[in-house]
Design a protein around this ligand. Structure first.
Ligand code: NGQ
Ligand code: ZN
Length: 454
């Protein structure tokens, strides 16, 4: 049995001092508050907080971070970025995907995320054919999660079309495609790989209303009645217009009317909603997966955070394109978008009148835990031991206490994560992933080959 002693920790009932935590394998089996360190306890100074959930990642996109920041011949947009992304992924082998995902996951752990929802759609070989194992690339995602130690919810994506109402897919999308039978095989094999990783979960991810038609979505929901369902929705105005032309409804409206949204659903982005959609979505019990850094990077727009929060909506955060991986910066960008739009301060503090940092940290943690069906989400007996230790000697955090620590980490600090336990194992020490050197070396080899074009 492993024992950890923290000088300060955020437990589910609030901030406490001198906490002795007993681990039994992956899980927390006992917590004593106000306890001295036992003889064999590992003594950890610093601030223990629950690891955050990263509800939406496309790990492979970490490899193109910063490569789409020069303007092309035409006006740049989300859609020109997507063309760059399609050209980039066309070359990646399963080995490359594993190397890049391992780096992204090690960086997530270093940045305070202990669970990731991998929205995985890069399934096929470069020529569009299936690999011998239809979940070959999903297996590589599982392997990368194993290497890094991060908690995983794998969300294999169903992708069949190139536009709303079943329009044909584009050549750049051949690596994503399957029909319903092919997807059933893919998901069955994905499930076998996920079962080999302790605590990992499986969900489904119909990619978007552009990639899945209405009968397909109905069939998927009937075939997979349990577990997380994630879908991209209403990220770009052009997407809203396309959906309206096809169905007479906007994407979120269409999902509310036709998909039976409830707590198993996580809608990614929802940037463009009417007030009515915002209120109805909040009432549905679904979670919105917000990706504020990627949404800034891609010029998506600003989520109706204040209205959604006032209506009692659940949300989580995700790193999506992985152009930048940092839990505190996602939360900061979320709040700052609201401030910039409304010309006010402390927007997402809601009615709680406590700190903004604490409010959005708690909300994103609860929302992400639900949306990924994760066994972590709190420092609590019976939960997976996913604990992030913030460095209280960091100048931004020094001499602070309680919620002011979260405000400082989220709004005022750069990287301040010192140690991370994921599934009961120490994976980050002194700010660096314990396998970081090997993971970075392998990533560098992959990048040199990908960027030299051969
Ligand atoms: C994706 N990413 O699936 O990687 C999408 C772009 C699409 C973001 N939306 C592709 N951030 O939505 O068609
Ligand atoms: Zn996405």
């Amino acid at each position: 049995m492993v024992e950890l002693h923290f000088s300060r920790a955020l437990l589910s009932d609030g901030w406490r001092r001198d906490i002795l935590i007993t681990l039994n394998g992956r899980k927390i089996s006992a917590i004593a508050v106000g306890a001295p360190p036992s003889a064999n306890a590992e003594r950890i100074s610093g601030i223990a907080v629950p690891g955050l959930t990263n509800v939406h990642s496309h790990a492979f996109q970490r490899a193109m971070a910063g490569l789409a920041e020069t303007r092309g011949p035409a006006e740049d947009s989300f859609w020109t970025w997507r063309e760059v992304m399609y050209r980039f992924l066309a070359e990646m082998t399963p080995d490359d995907i594993e190397a890049v995902a391992a780096l992204a996951y090690a960086e997530m752990l270093e940045a305070g995320f202990t669970t990731v929802g991998e929205f995985h759609y890069l399934h096929n070989a470069p020529d569009g054919r299936r690999y011998a194992d239809p979940a070959e690339t999903g297996a590589r995602i599982v392997a990368a999660a194993k290497t890094s130690g991060i908690g995983l919810t794998l969300l294999p994506s169903f992708y069949a079309h190139g536009g709303c109402g079943g329009r044909p897919a584009k050549p750049g999308q051949i690596r994503f495609l399957s029909d319903l039978d092919g997807f059933a095989d893919l998901l069955a094999s994905s499930g076998r790989h996920v079962a080999s990783l302790d605590g990992a979960k499986l969900g489904i991810a119909p990619h978007s209303l552009r990639a899945v038609d209405a009968p397909e979505l109905r069939t998927l929901l009937q075939a997979y009645p349990d577990g997380p369902v994630h879908i991209h929705a209403a990220e770009q105005v052009a997407e809203v217009e396309e959906c309206f032309k096809w169905s007479g409804a906007r994407p979120v409206e269409w999902l509310l009317d036709n998909a039976g949204l409830d707590s198993r659903w996580c809608l990614i982005h929802c940037t463009h909603m009417t007030e009515d959609e915002t209120a109805r979505l909040a009432r549905s019990g679904a979670t919105v997966g917000l990706c504020p850094i990627t949404e800034s990077s891609l010029g998506d727009g600003i989520f109706a955070g204040v209205g959604y929060q006032n209506a009692g909506g659940h949300f989580a955060v995700g790193t999506d394109s992985n152009i930048r991986i940092a839990a505190n910066e996602e939360l900061r960008t979320l709040e700052y978008g609201q401030r910039l739009r409304d010309q006010r301060r402390n927007c997402l503090t809601g009615v709680s009148r406590t700190s903004t940092g604490r409010t959005i940290f708690d909300a994103a943690l609860a929302g992400g835990t639900r949306a990924l069906a994760s066994e972590a989400g709190a420092i609590e007996v019976g939960k997976s031991a996913d604990i992030v230790v913030l460095d209280d000697t960091n100048p931004s955090l020094v001499a602070r206490d309680g919620d002011a620590l979260l405000d400082a980490w989220i709004f005022a600090s750069g990287p301040a994560v010192r140690e991370v336990y994921a599934g009961g194992r120490l994976v980050v020490r002194d700010g660096r992933h314990i396998k970081g050197e090997a993971i970075r070396a392998r990533y560098a080899v992959t990048m040199r080959r990908l960027l030299s074009g051969g």
